[in-house]
Design a binder for this molecule. Sequence first.
Ligand code: SF4
Length: 490
Amino acid sequence: MDSGKSTVKYGLGKQKDNQLCGNTDNLIMNDWAEFVRNINMEYTQKTGRTRKFRIDVFGCQMNELDSETIAGMLIEMGYQEVTDNSPADIIVFVTCCVRENAEERIFGHIGALASECAEYGSIIAACGCMMQQPHIIEKIKKSYHNVKIVFGTHNIQSFPELLYTYLTKGRRVFQVWEKEDRIIESLPVKRAEKHKGWVNIILGCNNFCSYCIVPYVRGRERSRKMSDILNEIKALADDGCKEITLLGQNVNSYGNDLGEKDLFAKLLYAIEDIEGIKRVRFMTSHPKDLSDNLIDAMKNCSKVCNHIHLPVQSGSNRILKMMNRKYTREHYLSLVEKLRTAVPDIAVSTDIIVGFPGETEEDFEDTLDIVRKVMFDAAFMFIYSPRKGTPAARIENTTPPDSISQRFKRLSELQTGIATNLAKKLEGKTLEVLVDGLSKQNPDMFSGRTTTNRLVNFKAAHAEKGMFMDVEIIRAGAFWLEGKGGNERG
Ligand code: SF4
């Protein structure tokens, strides 16, 4: 990689002190943002037009949140967002490397922008997990010349500086830090929604599941200070936010690096006192770290939604061991039982990988068995794909692709049947829905989510984003419910 901390000078006449706290980084970031804003103001005075940006996000909710931060920075720097696909002066890709096909798709999208870049002079910036990999950087340098700015997951705060360098020097800038131990607070954020907000509580992961690239590209666990998190949530509430989702690769280990046990449970109790916030969600929970205290907090905190996403990945103890998941199927089943005892109507969703190297028919039967036993409300199912650099990628996969596809089909059919049966039980019931706006599937309907995270499309005389409404469920399927006659909740 041709760039790193040492190759970049900070501030015009200012030196960055690596020992300084996040706020100082933010001050420096604001300086660079102001320099870019001045350039853009001059450009507007000369041309009569404002520079535009658009953002293409891939991957998980953490990337969604990063994209909101990048949008916030670009607005600070005087850019205007285009939300349709109309031409933009800068197009930012927030990338994901969790699956190989995501990488291929991203390169496809970047390549497809060649004519926009040639015609309008658009430039591309790329950031996110995929950029933490040296072979990707080499590929971009060699073959994707419209990508002018690259930064990694640890130095999102450098974006204004890198953009300034590009705008003033006209050369491509690559800056990917291999690690970062600090958390930079108070970066500007342009929230995609007012009524719902993502809040990072812990960055990175210590678990090293054998198939997963995340610990290598997002670094070790770093928890934000509880006071910073609570202040952010209070600010969101003051701005009209009703529902927050606490984010982390493993929220259950929040606080371990701060030397505090069960801090995540304490955080949930503390959020109870924040006026205006009505619902709290969190993801993702690692089964090995789901403590009894946390289950108690889920039971006792009225704002915590009746839903948990608890990735099981496989029902076979042998495969779980190979995956380095550090729990057994028996432990997983006991957690589900505890959760359902504490919160009887809780919905449980999961992730499952099919065709992990060495998975036998017997292993796969164990996965089907755990799916039948738990009866998940929803499951995200994936066919295993090797990620370069992970231990699992070195294991030869001897199962024929056809057999893996067959297994995937069997699992999908089983899970869809279970989800449909569970959904049917909701027909005729009236459920509280937080309205998200018009439905994407049926624009003549509104859409929202129940506390159990079920998607509901419904007809109503009037509904608005952010309203809580009672909706009667008239039809139910595996993936969404249909309702009618919503009345606003008092
Ligand atoms: S818990 Fe495992 S699967 Fe999740 S991010 Fe960490 S290493 Fe990856």
